[in-house]
Design a protein around this ligand. Structure first.
Ligand SMILES: [Zn+2]
Ligand SMILES: [Zn+2]
Length: 153
């Protein structure tokens, strides 16, 4: 005789009904059967069937996240990070800007007054040479040199 576990279907159905937070796999582990088996049993009774994972919500807007399916708007990294497709685009942009601000320093050009950015390494290099970052471009530096060499003009 094949070894077939005597499954108490009603108990499994009750577990699923009373604990919407349990996944099929959770119930399977409790009863010593596979998730697939629980799914089949749950399928018998309307209302007891469910997704294998708890619904996940977007961290930002709270929108329900669909299970990961490539090419359906939710890419793997947005899924992993728990953002919907739209919020993930914004989050990526935010992180990019954050990284930029961490690795660059902002300055205001002494000649044209324009705001500009230099990499931290370049600022440090200039500092090591005893210089400061003062001009946005060689053009402005040239204008500065010119104004120095021809006072009064
Ligand atoms: Zn969102
Ligand atoms: Zn300038």
């Amino acid at each position: 005789m094949a070894i077939i576990k005597n499954i108490d279907k009603q108990k499994i159905i009750n577990l699923l009904k009373e604990h919407p937070e349990y996944t099929l796999a959770d119930v399977g582990r409790m009863e010593g059967i596979s998730r697939e088996r629980v799914r089949v049993i749950a399928g018998d009774i309307p209302g007891a069937c469910r997704h294998t994972h708890l619904p996940r919500l977007c961290k930002n807007c709270g929108k329900l996240l669909r299970p990961y399916r490539p090419h359906k708007g939710l890419n793997y990294s947005s899924h992993r990070e728990g953002f919907c497709a739209d919020c993930w685009e914004k989050e990526k942009q935010r992180r990019k800007e954050e990284r930029f601000k961490r690795t660059n320093q902002g300055f205001v050009c002494e000649i044209c007054g324009k705001e500009f950015w230099r990499r931290n390494s370049a600022v440090k290099q200039a500092f090591d040479r005893g210089a400061r970052v003062r001009f946005c471009s060689n053009k402005c530096y040239g204008r500065f040199r010119l104004s120095k060499s021809r006072p009064g003009r």
